[in-house]
Design a protein around this ligand. Structure first.
Ligand code: GLU
Length: 461
């Protein structure tokens, strides 16, 4: 039987990095075995429903560089099918109508609490031959086993056993005819022929209840793998407090999708001591046996390390595209040429795309440049005197290259600044880039060209 995994997020806003990791694991598990990934939006909460949130999830999948088979399925659209299954169970005697009023349920709840029982519903309609009360719309409840225990063989958690007395005769269809979430998930997974359910361990308890439905319908249960949570560096559940908890935020901070994939893969799964794992290796190696059982902690240093690595590997033209949103304005062909020429030097220095853009921005700025405070410090009277001399020397250069510029600066340093090259370079850098740090200045000047270099120096003077 070929593998089918699933990606069933609820559209609550942005894509949480935990959701992205779950998606990645499902994707790797299926694709690494020639299987399929189905994508379903669990959109039954109509009050909070917003098309924008659905789009955010679709965009998140795309940005992660992952894909799925077939259309995006709406769980809400399938509600009639879910209800039909509830009625099928009813007809088969595996479920029953319950006519309890809210007041009756309150009494049961109090009683169960007083007796310390794990569930409260006393199953009074389970095998009842009583006449239903007039005018009450019933719910449908499933018949849970009355005694014994159930063991789940989970690929990550191992064997997990619960006493069946923990399982309620839960409601599967509300009195207004709408299905509960627990039913919808099972029917959808069954209809979508899902073989492996890989999801967060916050769903572990649900599994026992969902399996009641599989069993009652005589459907084969899928394999399960419940993944531990992702924690922030302080050990609490990863959230906005920890800096960023959604895929979109990491994209906007300048992380590459391949770095995110590698990082999320390692965050909760291991292959020996390997830290850098290519997509091809991930597809070949990923399995459920090496999912780490304890919660993983988010580690920005590791993510940064991976991002720097993948930036170095990335194609220059692709990086040029990717840094554009981080630049203050759109750039023309001449600007693109400059950025491309500098890219080999920018790449090894950067941890994020944003940093590349910050370092490269001066190449596409117009005169006069805005000056950072650090830059302004070097533009005092001495600095300006140096720049004046530099303008004269550069104007006289027939061949304007990084090398001839370096020779010129060294000569000037000797003539004017006791041989201290820094005394020439600092004002030069300030005037050319507006900053006090930059990639190789001689190379940058060569890329800008003689004219532009002179114009920038003169603008300061
Ligand atoms: N919609 C659920 C969630 O976003 C996923 C449920 C599941 O994987 O079964 O947490």
């Amino acid at each position: 039987m070929s593998v089918v995994t699933r990606f069933p997020p609820s559209p609550t806003g942005m894509m949480h990095i935990g959701t992205a990791r779950t998606l990645l694991y499902n994707w790797l598990y299926a694709r690494g075995r020639g299987g399929k990934v189905v994508f379903r939006i669990e959109d039954t909460d109509r009050e909070r429903y917003d098309e924008k949130h659905v789009q955010a999830l679709i965009n998140g999948v795309k940005w992660m560089g992952l894909d799925y088979d077939g259309d995006v399925i709406s769980q809400y659209e399938r509600r009639d099918r879910h209800a039909a299954v509830a009625h099928e169970l009813l007809a088969a005697g595996k479920a029953y109508y319950c006519y309890c009023s809210p007041e009756e349920l309150d009494v049961m709840r109090e009683k169960a609490k007083a007796e310390g029982k794990p569930t409260f519903y006393d199953r009074r309609w389970r095998d009842s031959s009583a006449t239903p009360p007039e005018g009450v719309k019933p719910v449908i409840r499933i018949k849970a086993p009355l005694d014994g225990a159930t063991t789940l063989h989970d690929h990550v958690q191992g064997d997990v056993t619960v006493n069946n007395e923990q399982l309620d005769d839960m409601i599967i269809l509300r009195s207004d005819g709408t299905p509960v979430y627990m039913l919808a998930v099972v029917v959808d997974d069954y209809d979508m022929e899902v073989t492996h359910v890989i999801r967060g361990d916050d769903h572990l308890n649900n599994t026992f209840r969902q399996n009641l439905i599989y069993d009652a319908m005589g459907w084969k249960q899928p394999d399960y793998a419940h993944l531990p949570l992702i924690l922030g560096s302080d050990g609490s559940k990863m959230s906005k407090r920890h800096g960023a908890a959604s895929v979109e935020e990491y994209r906007d901070m300048g992380y590459l999708p391949e770095a995110m994939r590698n990082y999320l893969l390692r965050l909760g799964w291991s292959h020996g001591d390997d830290e850098i794992i290519s997509d091809a290796q991930a597809l070949e190696w990923f399995n459920l046996d090496h999912v780490v059982k304890s919660p993983a902690r988010w580690d920005f240093d590791k993510l940064n390390h991976l991002n720097a690595h993948y930036i170095k590997l990335a194609d220059d033209a692709r990086l040029l595209d990717l840094i554009q949103p981080f630049l203050p304005h759109s750039i023309d062909a001449a600007g693109e040429k400059r950025l491309m020429a500098m890219m080999p030097e920018l790449k090894p220095r950067a941890v994020t795309l944003k940093q590349i853009a910050e370092e490269a921005e001066f190449l596409v700025k117009s005169i006069p440049l805005d000056m950072s405070e650090g830059a302004l410090k070097h533009l005092d009277d001495d600095g300006k005197a140096t720049l004046g001399a530099l303008v004269t020397h550069i104007a006289a250069l027939d061949i304007f290259t990084a090398q001839t510029l370096e020779d010129t600066c060294r000569q000037l340093a000797k003539d004017m600044r006791d041989g201290k090259l820094g005394k020439v370079m600092m004002p030069f850098r300030a005037a050319l880039t507006g900053r006090d740090k930059s990639p190789s200045l001689f190379h940058a000047a060569e890329i800008l060209g003689k004219n532009e270099t002179l114009l920038r120096l003169m603008a300061v003077l």
